[in-house]
Ligand binder design. Structure first.
Ligand SMILES: NC(=O)c1ccc[n+]([C@@H]2O[C@H](COP(=O)([O-])OP(=O)(O)OC[C@H]3O[C@@H](n4cnc5c(N)ncnc54)[C@H](O)[C@@H]3O)[C@@H](O)[C@H]2O)c1
Ligand SMILES: [Zn+2]
Length: 370
């Protein structure tokens, strides 16, 4: 494989490509015109933070070379924008711009923008097309697979749809402006991909951790190609989460609960990092995994500056009962039994829908206040 890397994903609504390379933003017109007719109206939905970085102008200018109607709208940065009120604002903008069913929404930003824009695309006029132009490392997970969603007060991603993009165009050059914290956060999902299905990827990340946290472009490009491939292979086999796709939830059962309770003080990747550590401890407690798995996991997470223990400043927010209650409400769990994806070894996990609460309590009780 040579740069740009192209992966093909099969989806129930047709296949689409993920293109990963360097300096692709200025060529977005070229790639988009392969899948969208020039007369289709476009709406670029972008993260407000990208405006000062110049990315919005590059994409807008490039698209105007080919497409007759190119509108744009900014969305405030942060998880709070994955909301019904921001979705309503975007529907109103679609109407005000005169967008019809031929329209294409262009999501320019991280997972927040991708999830929100995809959700609006899935529902506006019963569904219009959308493309993803991810600008965070974490979005390599969120932009592939067609899951789109917004949050409501009762939980993250509780209102959503399956709506595959027509194209994912990943320009690694945009990752240079990420904060070290957001870069590390994205590495959590790549480490998760290694944990669930690709032990070579896991140890490659460990051996290149330095280059990755320095945002070395070549290292990031190689990482994305491999990590996106893991996700692509899984969602191509099981787009609607009938079985295999559930393994992507490793680290997320506990991680989502912590993310909710932290009220913005943990990034998604930091919550997943803690979730992976705690869920691996559950696996060890159940006799499914060897202690070495936890040691390898802790080591790699620390190498990329992710948390492996709950920060003392957050302990007050994580009451044991509240964490358990959120996990029970997790939409992936069946009735009131706890559902987990648990590691057996690096690169191998099992889906368990019947985990007795005592194993989870044994791990959490040692860490969390009542
Ligand atoms: N749909 C899925 O399958 C899926 C999978 C994983 C995660 N997600 C969702 O993704 C979201 C998290 O994604 P995220 O971490 O990308 O969050 P994000 O979109 O909030 O981006 C993180 C931060 O980076 C900033 N930013 C974006 N691009 C930048 C750039 N190039 N340079 C500088 N700053 C930049 C943003 O303004 C924001 O402050 C969560 O809502 C999570 O639920 C969805
Ligand atoms: Zn995630």
């Amino acid at each position: 494989m040579t740069s740009p890397y192209t992966l093909s994903i099969s989806s129930l609504s047709g296949s689409y490509e993920v293109i990963i390379g360097h300096e692709l933003l200025a060529q977005v017109d070229l790639y988009l015109s392969r899948v969208v007719e020039p007369e289709s109206p476009l709406l670029i939905v972008y993260d407000e933070r990208l405006e000062n970085l110049g990315y919005v102008d590059i994409v807008h200018a490039s698209l105007r070379n080919v497409f007759a109607q190119v509108h744009k709208i900014s969305v405030p940065s942060g998880e709070a924008s994955k909301s019904l009120s921001q979705a309503a604002r975007l529907y109103e903008t679609c109407v005000a711009c005169g967008l019809d069913r031929q329209a294409v929404l262009v999501a320019l930003g991280g997972g927040v923008i991708g999830d929100l824009t995809g959700f609006v695309a899935a529902t506006y006029m019963r569904g219009v097309r959308f493309v993803q132009v991810p600008t965070t490392l974490l979005a390599h997970d969120s932009s592939i697979g067609g899951k789109v969603a917004i949050d409501i007060a009762q939980g993250k991603n509780l209102v959503g749809a399956f709506h595959a993009p027509k194209l994912v165009l990943y320009d690694v050059a945009t990752l240079a402006s990420l904060t070290p914290r957001d870069l590390s956060s994205g590495l959590a999902e790549a480490i998760k991909h290694g944990m669930i299905k690709d032990h070579e990827l896991f140890f490659w990340i460990r051996d290149h951790a330095n280059a990755l946290v320095r945002a070395d472009v070549q290292a990031l490009e190689r990482l994305l190609a491999r990590s996106c491939q893991v996700k692509a292979d899984i969602v191509s086999v099981d787009e609607r989460e009938a079985g295999l796709r559930a393994i992507l939830n490793f680290g997320h059962t506990i991680g989502h609960a912590l993310e909710m309770l932290a009220e913005g003080e943990l990034t998604h990747g930091e919550a997943v990092s803690l979730g992976m550590v705690l869920e691996t401890q559950v696996a060890i407690h159940m006799g499914l995994a060897h202690e070495q798995v936890l040691q390898d996991l802790n080591f790699i997470l620390q190498e990329v500056h992710l948390p492996i223990a709950i920060p003392a400043s957050l302990l007050g927010k994580f009451q044991l009962a509240a964490v358990l209650e959120l996990m029970r409400h997790d939409k992936k769990s069946v009735r009131r039994s706890l559902s987990f994806v648990l590691p057996k070894a690096i690169g191998e996990v099992v889906i368990r829908k019947d985990v007795p609460e005592e194993h989870v309590l044994a791990v959490l009780e040692a860490l969390l206040p009542y």
